[in-house]
Ligand binder design. Structure first.
Ligand code: RB5
Length: 141
């Protein structure tokens, strides 16, 4: 799968670890920054990943900031993006099955890297169920 990934400075280390994790599973990961721990602004990277997903440069996006909140809000400003911030796998899975989320946000100050990997796995392994959920997702647009 082609996955775009991005973070601010707080999420930089987790973003890099998740990138390596995903590549180890055979995914193609496009890293849209940030590329250091120098303080920067999460809206830049939330938007960059959102544009990659809606522009079909990536099928899905993963974004990381301190809480996952700011960068998820930023991603959701792009039409066609359904970003969810998750700190446990159950919501990550259901967000795909019912809400067809296409961007996953994680808070690097909220969860550790091993839980983050479990959240990512739950999200990637789930599929949109369509049916009654499709009608509701279409209403979002
Ligand atoms: C940066 O200090 C912090 O505000 C950011 O990483 C994120 O948590 C915002 O939602």
């Amino acid at each position: 799968m082609k996955i775009a990934i991005g973070s601010d400075h707080v999420g930089y280390a987790m973003k890099n670890e998740l990138k390596a994790y995903l590549e180890g599973k055979g995914h193609t990961v496009t890293d849209l920054g940030t590329h250091s721990e120098v303080r920067t602004d999460y809206p830049v990277y939330g938007k960059a990943v959102a544009k990659a997903v809606t522009g079909n440069d990536a099928q899905l996006g993963i974004v990381v900031c301190g809480t996952g909140v700011g960068i998820s809000i930023a991603a959701n400003k792009t039409w066609g993006v359904r970003a969810v911030v998750c700190s446990e796998p159950y919501s990550a899975m259901l967000s795909r099955q019912h809400n067809n989320t296409n961007v996953l946000a994680i808070g690097a100050r909220v969860v550790g890297i091993e839980l983050a990997k479990m959240i990512v796995d739950a999200w990637l392994n789930a599929e949109f169920e369509g049916g009654r959920h499709l009608h509701r997702v279409n209403m979002l647009e």
